[in-house]
Design a protein around this ligand. Structure first.
Ligand code: SF4
Ligand code: SF4
Length: 472
């Protein structure tokens, strides 16, 4: 590639020569892949908006209550005590995304990322509907403020604001829970001023991101986009321009009717610029894979339409790896992919195992700090403990009692009788464990304690028991 051809690396399409923001007015995409992306976006939007309002076994389907440290994932309730599961899930997510990126490039960005879904499938479509296609949008942007421009801008900003406010509400439902959000709505904003302020801040952030910052999120801010250069190789399948076919021996050239391009040595690219005009990040995919490309496939659709018109085979821009274009190599399961897959399978296995071992009730029984032991009548040694029980389910757990199974002894609660732990709550208290000295073999014994709800064993835990040295 000559230095001239390499110039595109020195600039980005969204900043002009004076260093100011250059607005992108992409042409409205159309074609087979765009239709598929629309269906994918409908599914994801419904999921995104419905997930905090769906309930499974009385639990919100998805909730990330960071303030109260309660998390629901697919209806399962997770507490801070389950943080290890969260860490493993995050690791699986990272390996999964890396695996997918190595194999299929930035496919996640184009088809699943909420930023692309909202930007391309919601807000841009509203813009096409109000302002018209690329040409009309450029004209409107350049024209002086008149009645038409004011009307269109006001309609657009109001429509955007309403959607941003709706998104902010849904976002809040993920954070504080949908039940609480609905209650707040019924009670009115004046009763919950701080929540209202938070909502307006979220709305302003969404406004900034989708109305102004837009594709800059993918180009500048998103760390995933930056990882491309590390993860991609010549075998990764990405949205790619077939430069072998497009350029041939003598390069691309404008279309002329009845011209024998093959004989002239020109490639199939007719230099119509439609793939550039349709690109939401403003790049020219013919320069090769670039960090800015979000794999939205709009250029594939656009070029296919052009190829159809000039009666050349489709797929000049398509999903392909560099090796497929240059060496005609088919997709291969490379050692790198095998490595990622192995790590993914191992981590998933660990997560499934841990989910199976996870109990409905978590019990912690710890000796009270600073307390030794008490020597009681009848050669009995007594230790005092603080217990903490966390009910991770959406139902009350009743008739709870403890049983000492490793030693012959008794457990005495400071409170009287069996007790309950309410759904999604915790219960704390004090208990004494008393063991006859004859059963004690060392000055620090490990005790095994079972926790029952009625006759059902629900958790097994261990704790330490201190005794005088003379009992060794
Ligand atoms: S749309 Fe196709 S033919 Fe037109 S410039 Fe792009 S690659 Fe070339
Ligand atoms: S180059 Fe093509 S796939 Fe990449 S962002 Fe632009 S239009 Fe989308």
């Amino acid at each position: 590639m000559s230095q001239d051809q390499d110039n595109f690396r020195d600039t980005i399409a969204t900043i002009n020569e004076e260093g100011k923001r250059a607005w992108i007015f992409p042409k409205k995409p159309s074609g087979k892949l765009y239709e598929y992306r629309k269906y994918a976006s409908y599914f994801l939007l419904v999921f995104l908006f419905a997930a905090p309002f769906l309930k499974v076994n009385g639990n919100q389907f998805l909730m990330f209550n960071v303030l109260e440290r309660r998390f629901n994932v697919f209806g399962f309730l997770f507490w801070p005590q389950d943080f290890y599961l969260f860490v493993i899930s995050m690791l699986i997510g990272v390996v999964f995304v890396a695996l997918f990126t190595v194999a299929f490039g930035r496919i996640f960005c184009g088809w699943m990322c909420p930023q692309t879904i909202f930007m391309e499938m919601v807000f841009r479509r509203i813009e096409y509907w109000i302002d018209g296609d690329r040409g009309a949008q450029i004209k409107l942007d350049r024209q002086k403020w008149n009645a038409e421009k004011i009307r269109k801008r006001v309609i657009k900003w109001i429509a955007f604001f309403m959607i941003f406010y709706l998104i902010a509400n849904v976002f809040l439902a993920y954070l504080i829970g949908s039940d609480r959000l609905i209650r707040y709505i019924y009670e009115g904003p004046l009763a919950h001023l701080s929540t209202m302020v938070s909502l307006l801040i979220f709305t302003a952030v969404f406004y900034f991101v989708f109305a102004w910052f837009r594709e800059q999120v993918c180009i500048i801010a998103c760390p995933y986009g930056r990882m491309q250069s590390v993860l991609l190789d010549n075998k990764s399948i990405v949205v790619a321009y077939d430069h072998k076919r497009g350029e041939a021996e003598n390069g691309r050239k404008k279309w002329r009717k009845d011209e024998d391009r093959e004989a002239l040595g020109h490639g199939d690219c007719i230099d119509c610029f439609q793939c550039v005009n349709v690109c939401p990040t403003g790049i020219d995919i013919r320069n090769g894979t670039q960090l800015e490309c979000v794999n939205c496939t709009a250029c594939i659709d656009e070029c296919d339409t052009i190829m159809e018109k000039v009666k050349l085979p489709k797929g000049l821009i398509r999903y392909a790896s560099e090796d497929e274009i240059v060496k005609k190599e088919k997709f291969k399961f490379t050692p790198r992919l095998k490595g990622y897959t192995a790590v993914l399978v191992i981590l998933t296995g660990i997560l499934i195992g841990m989910l199976f071992l996870r109990t409905d009730l978590e019990a912690n029984i710890l000796r009270l700090p600073g307390q030794l032991y008490e020597h009681k009548e009848g050669n009995i040694i007594s230790n005092v403990y603080a217990y903490k029980l966390v009910n991770k389910t959406s139902k009350d757990i009743n008739d709870i009692h403890f049983a000492l199974v490793s030693h012959k002894g008794t457990i005495k609660l400071v409170r009287e009788g069996d007790f309950s732990v309410k759904a999604q709550q915790l219960s704390e208290g004090t208990l004494f464990i008393e063991i006859n000295n004859a059963a004690i073999k060392s000055d620090k014994e490990k005790l095994k304690i079972e926790v029952y709800s009625g006759d059902t064993l629900i958790e097994t835990t261990t704790t330490a028991f201190l005794a005088p040295r003379s009992y060794k």
